[in-house]
Design a protein around this ligand. Structure first.
Ligand SMILES: Nc1ncnc2c1ncn2[C@@H]1O[C@H](COP(=O)(O)OP(=O)(O)O)[C@@H](O)[C@H]1O
Ligand SMILES: [Mg+2]
Length: 443
């Protein structure tokens, strides 16, 4: 690493950039090297040529950033050995234990290894993006566990939506769950509608109590309202299934802040067909893990850089006020989840029927319970096959019929050939035995 830092001014000089090296800080992932540009050298020139600078230094994934209110810029050079930061020990540090936020989440550690705590209630929602394997699900788990560590099941409830069916299964039967983990997409859309209805009901109650938000309401009333955090992993999968979820997410993102309902949404693709402009406008706080391209980084963070992150929880947090912080997410293992959840095991059933109306795309509005029932009374395997058959289209149907006919024909031919062979051998046997008999009679 020292060699790399020494080499940096020489390499920069090749690109027409001069200046002096300042302080250095080694964190778990990168070494931050402060650099004061000499007069006339431009930051934009460094930013533009950063890929070539990295190549000449012989490392990938270098990031350069301006340091606010300083004459220095910082180069972030990846360490030879990337360390990970385990989640549970972080929760014993004072930054975590002393935090007094309404909904405290530990996003990870900054590049100098100090825990970064944020208040989800103020964000008021969080949009998370990153390619597959970049650390989104691990991140979501660490946020959920941070909240569980700081709040009781009476103060906080979760709605977890998991199209992949594997990420959140451990949270089933937890006192913190408002309902079992949702894995069926049609139920997901229905439940989001239910959350919108809950939000409206809460605002009606606030009005009666002359409270402006959940904090004021809880201060005035003996029966407290819990915060509700709705976590959606792989939002793109949900959007592909049913575009109507966008409307509900948009309403929640726009209006749910004061009602104590907050969203944590993760998506592999931050493109406009998944996160539309209106949803994005209402999700100003965003966390980007490593993304595939500079365009994706622009889409999520309004700036490039997330494409150069190192993966494994390395991320950039964009806050509502526009500040961008590089954070290494804490690593949560399955054991960490089990250990944290153990005291809160209890049976969670589907909630009582409500008459919340789900706006379905085809003008046939139905209630949440109807959707769940429909989902539970899913058609038999034959009905599913028939459904599939109708969906695949004429061309594939003809192709499949042709394959089946060819197979039947081939089987028929094979059978014919074998029975012919059998009858020929039988005839041959008859002829030979007849010949034997005649010859023996002659003798
Ligand atoms: N914060 C982290 N620290 C160390 N390793 C991590 C971290 N986050 C993710 N990983 C590694 O990356 C793998 C994929 O992470 P995951 O969260 O499942 O990715 P995604 O949900 O984005 O597809 C994990 O199994 C783990 O090995
Ligand atoms: Mg995932």
């Amino acid at each position: 690493m020292q060699g790399l830092v020494k080499k940096l001014p020489q390499v920069l000089a090749h690109f027409g950039i001069s200046g002096t090296i300042g302080a250095q800080y080694q964190g778990p992932l990168i070494t931050e090297v402060e650099f004061e540009l000499s007069k006339g050298s431009k930051f934009s020139a460094v930013e533009k040529q950063i890929k070539d600078i990295a190549r000449e230094l012989g490392v990938s994934g270098i990031r350069v950033a301006e340091i606010p209110n300083s004459t220095y810029i910082s180069f972030e050079l990846p360490n030879e050995k990337l360390q990970s930061v385990p989640f549970l020990p972080l929760t014993e540090q004072t930054e975590f234990t002393d935090s007094q936020y309404d909904l405290p989440i530990c996003v990870g550690v900054n590049m100098r290894g100090v825990p970064v705590m944020k208040n989800l209630a103020k964000m008021p929602h969080l949009l998370v993006a990153g390619t597959t394997g970049s650390g989104k699900s691990v991140g979501l788990n660490s946020f959920i566990l941070s909240l569980i560590k700081k709040k009781t099941p009476q103060e906080l409830k979760f709605v977890l939506i998991d199209p992949k069916r594997i990420e959140f299964s451990m949270y089933n039967n937890q006192a913190y769950m408002l309902r079992p983990v949702i894995t069926e997409m049609s139920i997901a859309s229905a439940c989001l509608a239910e959350l919108v209805a809950e939000m409206n009901a809460r605002y009606a109650k606030f009005e009666k109590s002359m409270a402006r938000n959940i904090g004021e309401y809880n201060a005035k009333n003996a029966i407290k309202m819990p915060y509700i955090v709705c976590v959606i992993d792989e939002f793109a999968d949900l959007m592909l299934f049913d575009k109507t979820v966008e409307k509900q997410v948009q309403i929640l993102a726009q209006k749910a802040r004061a009602s104590g309902i907050h969203l944590l949404i993760a998506t592999q693709r931050p493109s406009v067909d998944v996160i539309t402009g209106s949803v994005k406008a209402n999700l100003p706080t965003r966390l980007s893990y490593k993304v595939a391209s500079a365009t994706d980084s622009m889409t999520i963070l309004n700036t490039t850089g997330a494409e150069n992150l190192l993966g494994r929880g390395d991320s950039l947090l964009l806050e509502e006020n526009g500040t961008l912080t590089r954070i290494l997410g804490a690593y949560v293992s399955d054991d960490d989840i089990m250990q944290t959840l153990e005291p809160y095991r209890c049976e969670i059933k589907e909630p009582q029927p409500t008459n919340v109306v789900v706006v379905s795309g085809d003008n046939n509005n139905i209630t949440v319970q109807q959707t769940i029932k429909q989902e539970q009374q899913k058609p038999s395997i034959w009905a599913r096959i028939a459904d599939w058959w109708n969906r695949i289209g004429r061309r594939r149907q003809n192709q499949i019929i042709n394959w089946i006919l060819t197979l039947i024909f081939a089987a028929f031919q094979a059978k014919n050939a074998s029975s012919k062979a059998r009858s020929t051998t039988a005839t041959m046997r008859k002829i030979t035995s007849a010949t034997k008999k005649t010859s023996s009679r002659r003798r």
